[in-house]
Design a binder for this molecule. Structure first.
Ligand SMILES: Cc1cc2nc3c(=O)[nH]c(=O)nc-3n(C[C@H](O)[C@H](O)[C@H](O)COP(=O)(O)OP(=O)(O)OC[C@H]3O[C@@H](n4cnc5c(N)ncnc54)[C@H](O)[C@@H]3O)c2cc1C
Length: 473
């Protein structure tokens, strides 16, 4: 706790929005990952001016500050280290204006992803990035992590849906990157900010692109006797020149957990199921759906189930989007990894993932954005079992190494945060890391904006003597 900082914050925003109670600090010491740090103070600004004042106060005290949305991040991005100030945007949750003609909206960063779509659905519009956590994650968090989701295969990830940003920089100044004009002059600082994981400042307003709802949508479920056949079907669909709205895969263990939860009649004997959605004009949707079924059958799909109405479609998606929660029926804990591999390498890397988990005596379930090659191996365990965490971390690192060795990357959408910070040299040479650190200093010369994230210790924040680490829990 930092009472001096808290007292100064109480002079710039209402006292009940500055918290130092031990229980509350405990709640904010981590995000949804297994990495825990320590919060010195948590504050809840309502306006850009209050965010500015909070950042300036942190600067005066020489204390690091961490922007926090809903705390659903899985890489420790919003985990405060060394008693940092947590600036939570949850109360900045208004949709400020909607321009239906030009399909854009200004929103505050604490607006929840699904709430934004709900608020514009009467206009036939939606916010396209749809993380599986969309009921609870914030637009600010989506921006900072450049989040993806099942429908980002055809629509693109968050960077394609952010037109402009108002940002409070680490010196407390307010700047705007991008905007309503189609092409801004100069450097694309909007593009640089999206995905910067809280290290470039705090987004206080976001200008989002809204996407028209498709007139026709068709959702299909195909099952396969092997994971390889499912993965090969994914590659064949894309190779045939189609980009479905979504192309998601779940393996047998995952299907069994989900079915026990949603009772949708999922095929329990299948080794893998593919959830495929096509969207657009009716004629195109019908033609693509027929072609996709042909490709599935050519790869020995067992059954093909086409959702007959919106209720069945919603049920199939509920299964996919609540898969992580459903695993609680098997074991109380899970560790979710996020890597990307070239699509053609999916069968080989999945084979390695199963082999790694077996060698470490762990259960693994795979549920992932197959069309993007974005793997989500879920290691399922009971952390009360002695020695299990060591095996979970060892298996996780091997999975990351196997993905990178296959030509993949460290993260598809969850970000680097603390979790993969020390893996960065697997992908980047010292000169690349130095360039990234220089860019970070360009936005945040003091290094107080969410320090020690993303960049490995050496490149963290300039002249650093002490690099705090989070604790794995
Ligand atoms: C069950 C589950 C399913 C998930 N599914 C997906 C998925 O399908 N796709 C996906 O991409 N992710 C997924 N995630 C991860 C997570 O939900 C996303 O990364 C989400 O965008 C984080 O949003 P948040 O509001 O919770 O951010 P937080 O966890 O609060 O913060 C995440 C990062 O953003 C920074 N940040 C937050 N707000 C701001 C701001 N206003 N300005 C600057 N920086 C800020 C933080 O400092 C931190 O580095 C899932 C998580 C869970 C728990």
């Amino acid at each position: 706790m930092n009472e001096g900082l808290a007292a100064d914050l109480r002079s710039v925003m209402s006292a009940d929005r500055v918290r130092t109670n031990a229980t509350e600090l405990g709640l904010y010491r981590r995000d949804a990952s297994n990495i825990e740090g320590s919060a010195g103070v948590v504050c809840f600004p309502l306006t850009t001016t209050e965010v500015q004042a909070a950042v300036r106060t942190a600067q005066r005290h020489g204390v690091a500050f961490v922007a926090r949305g809903a705390g659903t991040g899985l890489a420790g991005g919003a985990t405060p280290l060394d008693h940092a100030l947590v600036i939570a945007t949850t109360k900045m949750n208004r949709v400020l204006s909607v321009d239906a003609v030009n399909r854009m909206a200004w929103v505050e960063p604490g607006v929840l992803n699904l709430d934004l779509t709900r608020q514009v659905s009467h206009l036939g519009l939606h916010f396209a990035p749809d993380p599986s956590s969309q009921q609870s994650c914030s637009i600010g968090g989506n921006v900072a992590n450049n989040s993806g989701g099942p429908h980002c295969l055809s629509d693109g990830v968050t960077a394609s849906h952010v037109l402009g940003l108002e940002v409070v920089l680490s010196d407390g100044s307010v700047v705007q990157f991008g905007g309503e004009e189609p092409e801004e002059e100069g450097l694309d600082l909007r593009g640089a900010f999206v995905g910067s994981e809280g290290m470039f400042g705090i987004a206080t307003k976001v200008l989002v692109r809204l996407t028209q709802n498709a007139p026709t949508v068709k959702t299909m479920l195909m099952d396969f006797a092997s994971v390889e056949a499912g993965a090969q079907t994914v590659s064949a669909i894309i190779a045939a020149g189609m980009v479905p709205a979504a192309l998601e895969m779940m393996d047998q263990l995952c299907v069994q957990a989900v079915e026990a939860y949603i009772h949708a009649g999922l095929p329990l004997e299948a080794a893998a199921v593919l959830l495929v959605e096509v969207a657009g004009l009716a004629a195109g949707v019908e033609a693509d759906a027929e072609r996709i079924v042909e490709i599935g059958l050519a790869h020995d799909a067992g059954t093909v189930r086409i959702a007959k109405d919106e209720a069945e479609r919603a049920l199939l998606w509920k299964g996919r989007k609540t898969a992580f929660g459903a695993i609680a029926r098997i074991k109380p804990n899970y560790y979710l990894h996020d890597t990307v591999v070239p699509r053609r390498m999916l069968p080989e890397v999945l084979r390695q993932v199963y082999e790694i988990a077996e060698r470490h005596q762990l259960l693994v379930m795979n549920v992932f954005h197959a069309g993007d090659g974005n793997l989500h191996p879920l290691l399922v365990f009971d952390k009360r079992e002695p020695g299990v965490m060591e095996r979970v971390h060892a298996a996780g690192e091997e999975i990351v190494r196997a993905s990178v060795a296959a030509g993949g990357v460290l993260s598809g959408e969850h970000g680097i945060g603390m979790e993969k910070r020390d893996f960065m040299p697997m992908m980047f040479a010292p000169a690349d890391l130095a360039a990234q650190a220089a860019m970070r200093r360009g936005f945040d010369p003091t290094g107080l904006a969410n320090p020690y994230k993303v960049l490995p210790s050496a490149g963290a924040c300039g002249d650093v003597q002490h690099v705090p680490d989070g604790a794995w829990v």
